[in-house]
Design a protein around this ligand. Sequence first.
Ligand code: HMG
Length: 384
Amino acid sequence: MTIGIDKIAFYTPNYVLDLVALAKARGDEPDKYTIGIGQDHQAVVPNFEDVVTMGANAAAKIITHEDRDAIDEVIFATESGIDNSKSGALYIQQLLQLSEFIRTIEVKQACYAGTYALMQARDYVATHPGRRVLVIASDIARYGLETSGEVTQGAGAVAMIVSENPKIASINNDSVYMSRQVSDFWRPIDREEALVDGHLSTAIYKEMFLLLWQRYKQQNHLQINQFAGFAFHLPYTKMGKKALDQIMSEATAQQQQRLALNLTASQRFSREVGNLYTGSVYLSLLSLLSHAANLKAGEKLAIFSYGSGAEAELYSVTLQPGFENYVPAKLTQDMLLKRQTLSVGEYEVFFKAQHFNSHIDTKTDAITRSKTFQFLGWQDGERL
Ligand code: HMG
């Protein structure tokens, strides 16, 4: 049975910050942000959106009546959870009006959890042919104003429907994975912003990619020339290049050119929104599918998922016949183009207002997109 990604969609809020303006405001060289780190814009989250509404907004783009009847599970991956007990998937079930006779669960391991969710979904469908799983990866990457991580903030959600005979890509049973307790990035339970050793985190990411690449080749008897492209977890777009450069010399000259071209294709959406934590690697996949005109059905893409703390997985997907007809390239590009650019001062106001248990500023509601789910706030500790 072939199982994999049948549909995929991305949602990000309507507000964006130009990183050249941020560099100037912070007294940094704009080239450091746009070339050295590889980010042009960053999504800014208004206080009437959170991981639940972003996740529901992403999923609403792809769910049909047919899916509603077949979805048995909602797996919600996030490290920006809104409750220490209750799964955000329950609110999403309610917003999307899904059946009560389903499973809803939230999973966490930094940016890696979206991949765990996808693998669980694949395994569920394998034992329940004909049934589907809704996987949502939704996060707000927050480091704090005037921190070195600020340029790598971002936000958004990726939703995927996993089914048999998928229209976009089958997930191959070739994963290699690893876990190691390391303090490169974490967020204690009482903090809204992450603590990070940025240079250590970059080094661990690169090391885990290299170790898993050697293991993957050994286990699956595949070489770099057999992949049409790589989709990396992209906390910032330069990270993908740093990882891939470590193994580029294994490819033929022609293949090096193709992989470099397709790496650029995979980075384009992330350059515009920043880090999505759990969703980033799947935004990179969506970007690759949306911008690489050279991809053909039957070809393999390698996916590298990394989550600080740290856990990583490397596996491949195979493109399905006609996959290009089901990739929402134009919809995603249009959503990004239509966003409203904030000044650095406006961004700082939005940033400070984006607090857990925050009051909702109804005046800003008027300028949000119509027909999207919005977060209404909390009353007596209960989410409205
Ligand atoms: P920094 O110290 O501000 O920057 O931290 P830097 O001094 O390292 O410079 C960055 C790059 O810009 C360097 O290039 C400079 O040479 C270059 P590199 O050597 O890295 O190739 N540069 C310039 N280039 C052109 N013109 C110039 C110029 N000046 C400098 N004028 C850092 C940067 C990314 C570390 C910081 O922003 C940070 O800590 N970010 C957050 C952590 C992060 O994103 N880590 C990535 C790996 S961990 C991960 O992926 C997991 C994560 O998503 C969390 C999770 O799993 O939940 C983060």
